[in-house]
Design a protein around this ligand. Structure first.
Ligand code: PLP
Length: 395
């Protein structure tokens, strides 16, 4: 058994992986150990918002690694203070707790809401969540997720996450009772296949939460940090949530996530929340570099323009080939196919020669596109051209 063979190795099996090993990348391109190049429209599942190996991240990591990696979460460090200050200055939130994954940030949001329920709402603890929602892979966040079959995986579930239907305010109202403390949703359901909550639904949720004295929690792990063309997706609807979580794009590829809350909601007592690696300067320094890049003048305007362009190209491809249309917001988009051929298309795109194309199929009948926010119009054209060839020519 060869340690270097991708088929025979010491990693725990959790999913089938293609028989190739990636070696390096730059921008929208990845290169495997055989030297084959791939145009990457997955980007680590919407994680590498600045593409592969951007100078800003390389510089921040190298500088910080040579200075201070972790003084302990019991002490302040400058990059964590700076990143928190930037996040609060550019959002409706007042306080930030850093985490290491989206799921951990969501665990923190659930804990904060339950604590708030204990302090302010007579022990209310239920959080209304949504069918097909995705919040992570810890026990509580799997219970909060609405993925089919997940209610039986690793049973028993963590209780307290009744499921409503997205964009159906009556289905939310019907679940609210004395034990309800919050409503939690993705502004665009990503894993469900890029299904946006409408702006009206977001505003109705805010009104309902106000009327019933509930917290509104937005999981922006996938939609945050410019992905939808605004820094945060809640801005599209003009609502003010009480709690938000970030992950994926926040670190531009390194494991960095965050829980943000308005001052009125912050009620953790000493010892309620923490973590060994949380807010370490090595990764929060990367967050500062990512945010400074995304907040530079013109960056988000370019995301909007490229998102519109990708939408137009996908819509005409759909019309040309008789597919089911496209949807999404900014550079988080999906193309609905005419059949369940998405996994086969993903495989053929990857196997394409001489250059491959990396795509994602969160549903059998649908492709999801989450390129680097720095993707070029030429790269979008290249991707759509290759995709047209693959979808247009049946195997
Ligand atoms: C990816 C994702 C998560 C989980 O983040 P991890 O870093 O994988 O734990 C949670 N919520 C949403 C909306 C996501 O897209």
């Amino acid at each position: 058994m060869q340690a270097s063979s991708p088929q025979h190795n010491s990693l725990m099996w959790v999913t089938d992986r293609p028989d190739l090993v990636f070696s390096h990348g730059a921008g929208s391109w990845l290169v495997d150990e055989q030297g084959k190049r791939y145009l990457d429209f997955v980007q680590g599942w919407a994680v590498n918002c600045l593409g592969h190996a951007p100078d800003a991240i390389r510089q921040a990591l190298a500088d910080q690694a040579g200075r201070l990696v972790n003084p302990s979460p019991g002490f302040y460090n400058r990059p964590a203070l700076e990143l928190a200050a930037r996040l609060t200055a550019h959002s409706v939130f007042d306080r930030v707790f850093f985490a290491n994954s989206g799921a951990e940030a969501n665990e923190g949001a659930i804990k904060l809401a339950r604590k708030w329920g204990q302090v302010h709402k007579g022990g209310a603890f239920e959080i209304v969540t949504f069918d097909n929602g995705f919040h992570g892979r810890t026990l509580a966040t799997m219970s909060a997720s609405g993925k089919a079959g997940w209610d039986r995986l690793f049973a028993p579930q963590v209780p307290g996450f009744p499921k409503a239907r997205l964009n159906d305010i009556d289905s939310v109202a019907a679940l609210i009772g004395a034990d309800t403390v919050a409503v939690m949703l993705e502004p665009v359901q990503g894993e469900a296949g890029v299904v946006p909550a409408t702006d009206t639904f977001m505003r109705d949720l805010r009104a309902l939460a106000d009327e019933k004295g509930l917290l509104l929690i937005v999981d922006e792990v996938q939609t945050g940090i410019g992905r939808t063309g605004k820094l945060f997706a809640y801005e599209h609807a003009g609502v003010v949530p009480d709690i938000m979580t970030l992950g994926k794009g926040l670190g531009g590829g390194v494991p960095l996530a965050a829980l943000l809350a308005r001052e009125e909601v912050c009620c953790f007592a000493a010892g309620d929340q923490g973590g060994t690696f949380n807010g370490n300067p090595l990764l929060t320094a990367v967050g500062v570099a990512v945010l400074d890049t995304i907040l530079a003048p013109g960056f988000l305007d370019a995301v909007v323009a490229k998102g519109d362009y990708l939408a137009t190209r996908l819509a005409s491809l759909s019309a040309e080939l008789g597919l089911g249309g496209e949807r999404g917001r900014g550079l988080l988009r999906a193309l609905v196919l005419a059949d369940d051929s998405a996994p086969a298309i993903v495989a053929r795109a990857r196997q394409r020669m001489p250059e491959g194309l990396l795509l994602n199929a969160p549903r059998p009948n649908l492709l999801r596109f989450m390129p680097a926010l720095t993707v070029s119009v030429e790269e979008i054209d290249l991707m759509v051209g290759w995709l047209a060839d693959i979808v247009g020519s049946r195997p």
